[in-house]
Every structure is written in structure tokens, then in C-alpha cells.
Design a protein around this ligand. Structure first.
Ligand SMILES: Cc1cc2nc3c(=O)[nH]c(=O)nc-3n(C[C@H](O)[C@H](O)[C@H](O)COP(=O)(O)O)c2cc1C
Length: 379
């Protein structure tokens, strides 16, 4: 393979240059304590993968206690989190990558906070058949508090030494829940028309800009991660056309990269958009200004996949491949691409510096082994 494109530098929207076009995307790797503190296991996980890409993204960190979605996510909701997050940022930056803190809020999916009696907040209180705990509709004050707390989490990312944040507007989490016509039936300024359903995502982006400007950090990176559509049979939250429209507004407001999350076993980086002959990557690339790179991924495992994806996008993200072979990029750089490992095994998973809880989840039936299977470890 001609590795020159993958390994060539890339300029982000704010002019900051990343060393290459590879990114390790966000992975909640179950490496935090029950109350969201970064563990040594998590630091080791990141240190082992610090050479994986020009940018390395953390698991989604929650900006409010009721934003925890998956066990082992870390908190960015308290000033006391800054110490642990600083260790994480230092490990991620140890080989020159830009360290990005993903900030995400689970909204209705906050099953763990629900068990602890913490109110679970949603844009609209309605019946979600898969949810068996009480949910509460957010008041205007709740929405404003969320925006403020998101800004505070961004400030903690700055204070902890991260190079940027990635806003999690995807994977059915709270920001997406506000954009979704399926889950947002509000009649105030936060719901209803397309413009009003964009209000919360845009308010969070504006607050992020405000915090960065107040800290005088023009180099601080703002990444924006989207789900390109939300269609479940008859339940349509938004189409790809809706998300293209939202993304244009977001680009006007200013982001430094766009990442399309194609998470789920039916997706790959080559997936065609619903109702289109073009791929998601092609549709979104067509609306991007040259100055803002597009990252795509999903089921990218080999250098040939990377090369193929880079014919459409500016950058490529990988998640599971980074679990399987943390040395992927080192092998590319040193001309040993043929030594890249693309399948996990029951033995290997214990040797590649993964948090014990993640190893357990992937070596036990059900759980992640089923929902986001690792090649080589499926039932
Ligand atoms: C264990 C695991 C945890 C994940 N957690 C997150 C997360 O916290 N936030 C997020 O945006 N995506 C998360 N993802 C999705 C990945 O970033 C990626 O989009 C997906 O795995 C597809 O890419 P891949 O085929 O390279 O793995 C996770 C994936 C895995 C495997």
C-alpha cells in the first residue's frame, strides 16, 4: 500500500496540524471506577495506544452525574475529576498525538444513575418500550443547566491538558435526542420545528466556543460527532437530509473536524445512505469546506481499507482495530504493514493492555461481544 496519504499531516478547521490522518475513535472501554474516576488501567490502555493516530479520542465523559450511560465511563462533571483526566491526557499525548476528550450525555439511556435514584432527564416524557425506569422531562432551567455544565466540562478538559473536545451528537444520546423528531415533542424554544430541534446542539457548540475563547485557547480543537440518520422502521427521528442541513448550521458556527459515527453491526465506512446511491461519506464530504476535514470509519481493519476510505474522506477513524493491534500505525510507518493483526483471540485479548472489565465483557457471551463484536471473538 502507498502509506503516504494516511501518514501525511492534516490541517484542522482552526489551523492546527495533526501528524497523520488516522484517529483512534472514542471507546468506552469500561476503564473507570464506578464513580467515574480514571484508573491506572485506563492510563495504561491509552499509553499503549498513544502512537495509534494523529488524534486519540477518549471514551465519552459525562458532564453531569445523570449523563452516565455505560459502566466504566469517566466523569468530567466535577472539578475533582481534573487530576485523573490530566493523567489520561498526558498518556495520550506521550507520542505527539492530539488528545481529545469526548463529552457525551446519555439522557434517557442513563440506566445506572436511575438505579442510584438520580433523575433521568429527557427532552420529552414519553413511552420508550425498552426503558423500565422513571424519566423526567427537562424544564427550561434543566436545559440551561445542561449547557452550563457542558461548558464546565469543556473547561475541565482545558485545565486537564487536553488538546480538544469532541461533542457527542450521536449514538442516541441526549444531544441527538433533542434533534430527533421521534424523541423531542417540545413546544418551547428547544423543540418543534427543525430549527428548534437544532437549538440545543447549537447552544452546546456556542457554549464550547465561549469557554475556549474565555480561556484564550485558539488552538483548542472542537470535534463534532454525528449519527447521519435515525430511522427505525416507522420511527424516523431524522433523515440524512435533516442531518446534512443541521451540519451546515454547525459548520457555520465553527467546528474543527466532523466525524460520522457509523456504529452498529449493519454499518461500514462504505455504507450507502438511506434512499441514496451515494455513501454517507460522499454526501457529507460534498458539503464540507476544504478547511474542515471529514473523518469516517467503521469496519476499517487493514491498510487497504484505510487507503480506500481516504479516497472519500480526509481522515479515518478506527476503534476495534486499535483494541486488536495498538501497533497498527507503527507497523505502517516502519514498512511492516504485513505484520498488522486484524483478529482478536482469547489469548491475545489478555495481552494488549485492556481494562479487565472490557476483557471480561468480550470473553463472556452477550454484552459487547454481541453488540460490537471483535473479529475473532464472536459466538
Ligand atoms: C468497546 C467500544 C466502546 C465504544 N464507546 C464509544 C463511545 O464512548 N463514544 C462513541 O462515540 N463511540 C463509541 N464506540 C464506537 C466507536 O468509536 C466506532 O464508531 C465503532 O466501533 C465503529 O468503528 P470500528 O469498526 O473501527 O470499531 C465504541 C466502540 C467500542 C468497540
Amino acid at each position: 500500500m502507498n502509506t503516504s496519504k494516511a501518514l501525511s499531516p492534516l490541517k484542522l478547521g482552526n489551523g492546527v496540524q495533526v501528524a497523520n490522518r488516522l484517529m483512534m475513535s472514542a471507546m468506552c472501554d469500561l476503564g473507570a471506577t464506578a464513580d467515574g474516576q480514571v484508573t491506572q488501567e485506563e492510563v495504561d490502555f491509552m499509553k499503549t495506544r498513544a502512537g495509534f493516530g494523529g488524534m486519540i479520542v477518549t471514551a465519552g465523559a459525562y458532564p453531569q452525574a445523570n449523563g452516565l450511560g455505560l459502566p466504566g465511563q469517566y466523569s468530567a462533571a466535577r472539578d475533582s475529576d481534573i487530576k485523573g483526566l490530566s493523567k489520561l491526557a498526558a498518556a495520550m499525548k506521550s507520542r505527539g498525538a492530539k488528545a481529545i476528550l469526548q463529552i457525551g450525555h446519555a439522557g434517557r439511556e442513563a440506566a445506572i444513575p436511575a438505579q442510584q435514584g438520580i433523575p433521568v432527564l429527557v427532552p420529552t416524557k414519553m413511552d420508550f418500550p425498552w426503558i423500565n425506569y422513571p424519566i423526567e422531562e427537562m424544564t427550561n432551567d434543566d436545559v440551561n443547566q445542561l449547557i452550563t455544565d457542558w461548558g464546565k466540562a469543556t473547561q475541565r478538559a482545558i485545565d486537564a491538558g487536553f488538546d480538544g473536545v469532541e461533542i457527542h451528537n450521536c449514538n442516541h444520546d441526549l444531544v441527538q435526542q433533542f434533534f430527533s423528531a421521534f424523541s423531542n415533542h417540545r413546544t418551547d424554544q428547544w423543540g418543534g420545528s427543525f430549527e428548534k430541534r437544532c437549538a440545543l446542539p447549537l447552544a452546546i457548540l456556542k457554549e464550547t466556543h465561549r469557554v475556549i475563547a474565555a480561556s484564550d485557547k485558539p488552538d483548542f480543537i472542537i470535534g463534532w460527532r454525528i449519527s447521519p440518520d435515525e430511522i427505525h422502521g416507522e420511527n424516523v427521528g431524522f433523515t440524512v437530509d435533516d442531518m446534512l442541513k443541521q451540519t451546515k448550521l454547525v459548520l457555520n458556527e465553527g467546528i474543527d473536524y466532523l466525524n460520522i459515527s457509523l456504529t452498529g453491526s449493519t454499518y461500514s465506512y462504505k455504507s450507502k445512505a438511506n434512499g441514496y446511491d451515494q455513501t454517507y461519506a460522499q454526501l457529507f464530504h460534498a458539503i464540507m469546506p476544504d478547511s474542515v476535514p471529514l473523518y469516517i470509519g467503521s469496519q476499517i481493519q487493514t491498510p487497504a481499507d484505510v487507503e480506500d476510505a481516504l479516497t472519500v474522506a480526509d481522515g479515518v477513524y478506527m476503534a476495534r482495530e486499535a483494541l486488536i493491534d495498538p501497533e497498527f500505525t507503527d507497523k505502517l510507518k516502519s514498512g511492516h504493514a504485513n505484520e498488522i493483526i486484524t483478529t482478536m483471540s482469547e489469548e491475545r485479548i489478555k495481552q494488549v493492555h485492556l481494562p479487565k472489565a472490557l476483557v471480561k465483557d468480550y470473553t463472556t457471551p452477550g454484552g459487547l461481544r454481541e453488540s460490537i463484536p471483535l473479529p475473532g471473538l464472536t459466538d
